[in-house]
Ligand binder design. Structure first.
Ligand code: CS2
Length: 495
């Protein structure tokens, strides 16, 4: 093998022909977008759409400046900088076809920990029109009991006392918006790209919650001037592994320190609600709508819930990845049963979308053998996912007398998983969850009180008080605890 060439701007013309690369002049790009949270998903989604747009014509005002606010972003920032912020997007099709493309839309990167003033100034710069976010559910700093901004969080307390050295994204946004107001500049749009229902509304509520504690007058200005579009975002993006880098080296002799792998499917449905202009992402496949609600519900309650169904049952069974789990006919049939009997009947119709087709496409996407999406990634932070992905479907079915067995079994499996931290054979599972200790403590009481797990109010609210759910769940969890082979119960539920 030849010595691999390092991916960077200087070497770009030497890349093998099979790799697509930006042909627009990156040195002319103006950073109209400042993005906080440059993980795999941002790079397979917003940065990908923006790259397509930059490639399609003379729209140089939409370059992206990445921002990292966590200490753990340091390494990624160093890798990207060395590569002039270029990276490879490896799109893997189910038939084995692989397309590799170098993305050029990110042109700068700043670390909040090193220079908070530079981050605030970049957000406040006249050319910045959008500050977008992928900060995960936990980044929104919601108090689970009230649903309001959690002012007691130690970082929030710190930010209120040190407005020029913030830690939370809300501290940065507030400081930058204050400067814009003082300088007579129009507000930027704050655009959430997180997989959260009404992500724009939530961002607005949290930012105003923080800003009001600091400066009520500024909070009013933000309320009037800043737009927070809601959006549904979708592209399955597994965690980057060392194999991704190895693939580029062996296939193309290219050395990329931080590539991203993803599926071909990509969707972005955005409410057209921007404070200060926006890229014409619709020219490259995004869809602008007036109300994103039905699309969000469909995605969260089918795709994401489907992932959790396979993730939790598959983990207890002993599988490792989504494609491996769904290739088992029992799991595929169980998932379809959950989709058809429990999730779909309580969904609203979605204009222009055939739900049957959507579900069939989901099963195809999950089956893509080249996207080895780990169940460990899917099960990460289940305590903040299931209340959004699965519990609304259960609650609606309880209200309407609809079936609940598939979902109840998923929760019973989650209880087993939370208590044992192993699969049914006793192999260890690595649990990453903000509420890991509370879930474990509740699950451990199951042998004395079979409902103990679902009595954990911070996750399940008052679900345990519903007699029908409690009875169904109790029957399933007792059986699972006497024989952890979850496939027996899956067969029973599938009928
Ligand atoms: C997954 C999502 O985190 C999860 O549980 O369901 O990350 C999913 O892959 C994306 O939302 C796909 O758009």
């Amino acid at each position: 093998m030849n010595t691999p060439i390092k991916l960077n701007q200087y070497n770009i013309s030497q890349l093998p022909r099979e790799i697509k690369r930006p042909t627009y002049d990156r040195s002319r790009l103006i950073t109209g977008i400042v993005h906080v949270g440059v993980g795999g998903f941002h790079r397979s989604h917003e940065a990908f759409y923006t790259d397509l747009l930059l490639q399609s014509g003379d729209v140089s005002q939409w370059g992206i400046c990445g921002i990292g606010l966590r200490e753990s972003d340091r390494q990624m920032a160093a890798i990207l900088k060395e590569q002039d912020y270029l990276y490879s997007l490896i799109v893997k099709h189910p038939d084995g076809n692989v397309e590799t493309k170098v993305i050029g839309s990110i042109v700068d990167f700043l670390l909040g920990r090193d220079d908070p003033a530079a981050v605030i100034e970049r957000m406040a710069a006249p050319e910045t029109r959008i500050v977008s976010l992928t900060i995960t559910e936990g980044g929104y700093n919601v108090d689970p009991a009230s649903g309001d901004f959690d002012a007691a969080n130690s970082d929030a307390v710190h930010d209120l006392q040190n407005p020029q050295q913030p830690r939370l994204v809300f501290g940065y946004l507030t400081a930058a918006l204050r400067l814009r107001r003082e300088r007579g500049l129009p507000a930027f749009t704050v655009q959430s790209c997180d997989n959260i229902q009404h992500n724009g509304d939530l961002t607005r509520k949290m930012l105003l919650g923080f800003a009001r504690l600091q400066d009520a007058d500024l909070a009013n200005w933000i309320e009037n001037e800043v737009c927070f579009p809601n959006a549904m975002v979708d592209r399955i993006t597994p965690v980057t592994t060392s194999e991704d880098g190895e693939y580029l080296k062996s296939q193309f002799a290219v050395d990329d320190g931080w590539p991203v792998t993803c599926e071909p499917f990509c969707q972005w449905i955005i409410e057209d609600n921007f404070s200060n202009g926006r890229p014409e992402w619709e020219k490259v496949g995004a869809q602008f709508v007036t109300d994103v609600t039905p699309y969000e519900k469909m995605k969260l309650r089918l795709l994401n819930a489907g992932h959790s169904v396979l993730g939790l049952l598959g983990s207890v069974f002993g599988y490792q990845t989504i494609d491996q789990t769904i290739s088992d006919d029992l799991f595929a049939a169980f998932l379809r049963g959950f989709f058809d009997d429990e999730a779909t009947p309580v969904l609203d119709a979605v204009e222009g979308i055939d739900l049957d087709q959507y579900k069939t496409t989901l099963i195809e996407r999950f089956s893509n053998p080249n996207i080895k999406d780990s169940l460990a990634r899917i099960c990460l932070e289940s305590s903040s996912k299931l209340p959004v992905f699965l519990l609304p479907t259960i609650r609606k079915n309880l209200e309407q007398g609809g079936p609940i067995d598939h979902a109840a079994l998923v929760i019973a499996a989650w209880c087993y998983y939370s208590e044992h931290h192993t699969d049914r054979h006793g192999n260890a599972l690595d649990i990453v969850d903000e509420q890991k200790a509370a879930l474990n403590a509740a699950a451990k009481k199951t042998s004395n009180d079979p409902l103990a797990f679902i009595k954990l109010q911070s996750v399940f609210g008052d679900l345990a008080e519903d007699t029908r759910f409690a009875e169904t769940y109790e029957g399933l969890v007792k059986q699972l605890y006497s024989d952890p082979d979850v496939s027996i119960l899956m067969r029973q539920v599938s009928g």
